[in-house]
Ligand binder design. Structure first.
Ligand code: PLP
Length: 392
């Protein structure tokens, strides 16, 4: 029996850790194991590694090292930014209004919902168009005296759309509103220059750019007050308590450094592969429609809706063929709940239940894509036939 081919097309969910990153992390598990807060030489060695990682991240996002907070991942960075600023703004100037979009990751979206439902904050959701784009004019209009924080995702995880962030940043700066962005999908692929982007807080996560899982960073512009969510020791200048995870912090910095050193090369390759996937999908499957913006999208990202297809069933069929893809739906089994993001874009629930996301990595090959597209076309055809036979 020949071994089945496997093709991983879910790089927006997570990436494998680069072996060069693993190598950089290795000594900090065993030899250099000190607690960075300790006063002796073991501690100082760990502290040096962390401060060097902080300098690397600061250089790549164009800020001061003191403006970088290490966290346990993208979710924590988002939580800390949104809740921390919302609380401080209420405390300092009774500002309880928040602005966001209907296409945020849950780490921002649900945090704001909680602030609304449990803590009496108010929220304005900015409209998005069919491609998931936010208009700077709508953002300007939503700002009031009471606005304490705005959070707008840089590049969306479900549909790949990249927002005009520097224009939105300009609006925020002109109006004196603090702007956070979830840059978890953008990191490693798009510019993270916080000065150019005009953002005040920015979240990233190691495992989305070939670093380890369970580590992230948050840029917090100097002078911004943040109420910490996790209290304890005075780590990270009182913004995030907990003994530093030295190997993971070293790994995150090394992965980010590699991503920007190799960015052009990776980008060229991804751009070509992405167009190949989009062309082939639309040509082979007449029912498929591209979701998200056709041009302003992440190099690694393609996403579609397949009218009338149950995305969970499709994903199971693909998994049996060795193809790892994903959908925008919330449930892993049974009937998919239509994606809130696709509903916000104006898709009907039947369409929003049949989403397929194929996201690429710099190890993806043209052969991988050819194999995957054949498999997808075959499975989709079988499912449509089945629907017809069953009359559903
Ligand atoms: C993956 C992801 C997160 C969460 O990051 P974790 O490190 O997995 O907690 C947040 N936002 C976006 C856009 C993501 O894609």
């Amino acid at each position: 029996m020949s071994e089945q081919r496997t093709v991983y097309l879910d790089y927006s969910a997570t990436t494998p850790t680069d072996p060069r990153v693993v190598e950089a992390m290795q000594p900090y598990f065993t030899e250099i194991f000190g607690n960075a807060s300790s006063a002796h030489r073991f501690g100082r060695e760990a502290e040096r590694a962390i401060e060097s990682a902080r300098e690397t991240v600061a250089r790549l996002v164009n800020c001061e090292p003191t403006e970088v907070v290490f966290t346990s991942g993208g979710s924590e960075s988002d939580n800390l930014a949104v809740r921390g600023v919302a609380w401080a703004q209420r405390q300092n100037r009774s500002a309880t209004h928040m602005i966001t979009t209907p296409i945020e990751h849950g780490a921002v979206g649900r945090t704001m919902t909680q602030l609304e439902e449990v803590m009496g904050f108010e929220k304005t959701l900015l409209p998005v168009d069919r491609h998931g784009m936010v208009k700077p004019g709508d953002f300007a209009e939503a700002i009031t005296e009471q606005t304490g924080i705005a959070s707008i995702i840089y590049a969306n995880n479900e549909i790949g759309t990249v927002q005009p962030l520097s224009e939105l940043g300009k609006v925020a700066q002109e109006r004196g509103v603090l702007l956070h962005t979830d840059a978890v999908q953008a990191a490693g692929q798009l510019s993270l220059d916080v000065q150019e982007l005009g953002v005040d807080l920015l979240s990233i996560s190691g495992h989305k750019f070939y670093g380890p899982k369970g580590v992230g960073a948050l840029y917090v512009r100097d002078g911004i007050e943040l109420v910490s969510s996790q209290s304890g020791g005075s780590h990270e200048r009182g913004r995030r308590a907990g003994t530093h995870n030295t190997p993971f912090i070293v790994g995150l910095a090394r992965a980010l450094e590699l991503a920007y050193e190799e960015r052009e090369e990776r980008r060229r390759k991804l751009d070509t592969l992405r167009e190949m996937v989009i062309d082939a999908m639309l040509r082979r499957i007449p029912q498929a429609e591209l979701t998200g913006h056709p041009e302003q999208r992440l190099p690694s990202h393609t996403s579609f809706v397949l009218d009338g297809i149950n995305s969970n069933t499709l994903l199971m069929h693909l998994d049996m063929k060795g193809i790892a893809a994903s959908s925008a739906s919330a449930c892993k089994t049974g009937n998919p709940k239509p994606s809130d993001v696709l509903l916000a874009l104006g898709y009907a629930p039947e369409q929003a239940s049949g989403s397929l996301r194929l996201t690429l990595g710099h190890h993806t090959t043209e052969e991988d894509i050819a194999y995957a597209i054949d498999g997808i076309a075959e499975s989709v055809e079988a499912l449509y036939k089945l629907h017809k036979t069953l009359g559903v």
